[in-house]
Design a protein around this ligand. Structure first.
Ligand code: CA
Ligand code: CA
Length: 205
């Protein structure tokens, strides 16, 4: 075989290998890194609140962070029968709580789940990570704060369950996870008080 042909064949082989590598490479989309101002209210960057005796406050933490300049620090007081939410995304009351990426520009079928970093305090409280689907239906993933320091929590779509304790009045409760998702929120479920930190929310394949 002429030397030139061998070179062309080698080049083709390299191109094929590179293209396979590209296709199999783990792809992620950074949805939220909790950077910039952390504020509440209608013009705020975080949609949060509490009721029935629970309370929650949020701020940026620049000392305990996993990614970028800061994380989201949640200070909570959860009581029996109370509720709270700390949400980011679209179609929320807080107009500036938006993700880094618009939901309709994401190819959701490429992703198998969503991940975030949680800074555990080993408080043993249960924490809900909820996602709101395109029909307004809320799906839940539960984690227990049984570790210390940062941990990446990966939640695959089939590990979420439609909340049966509460759904928004206008939600289409069809028990189908309808994409695009519109927002996510954190809620401490166990009566307790303390702090938690969250950072870097990504879609994972
Ligand atoms: Ca960050
Ligand atoms: Ca649905």
């Amino acid at each position: 075989m002429p030397c030139k042909t061998i070179k062309i064949l080698m080049l083709l082989l390299i191109l094929i290998i590179l293209s396979i590598c590209e296709r199999t490479q783990a792809e992620t989309i950074l949805l939220d890194d909790f950077e910039g101002a952390i504020t509440g209210g209608v013009e705020g960057t975080v949609d949060f609140g509490a009721g029935n005796g629970s309370s929650v406050a949020v701020c940026a933490s620049s000392d305990i962070k996993q990614s970028g300049n800061q994380s989201l620090k949640i200070t909570y007081q959860a009581v029996e029968g109370g509720y709270m939410w700390v949400a980011r995304g679209f179609q929320l009351d807080a107009k500036n709580a938006v993700w880094l990426v618009k939901p309709e520009t994401i190819h959701w079928e490429k992703f198998k789940g969503i991940s975030f970093y949680m800074y555990g305090m080993n408080s043993l409280v249960d924490v809900a990570f909820d996602i709101k689907d395109n029909g307004g239906e809320i799906w839940r993933y539960k984690i227990t704060d049984e570790f210390t320091g940062w941990r990446k929590i990966t939640c695959y779509w089939d590990e979420f369950f439609a909340r049966n304790d509460w759904q928004p009045d206008n939600a289409n409760k069809n028990r189908i996870l309808d994409f695009p998702l519109k927002s996510f929120q954190f809620e401490v479920l166990t009566p307790a008080e303390g702090v938690l930190y969250f950072d870097r929310v990504e879609l994972v394949d």
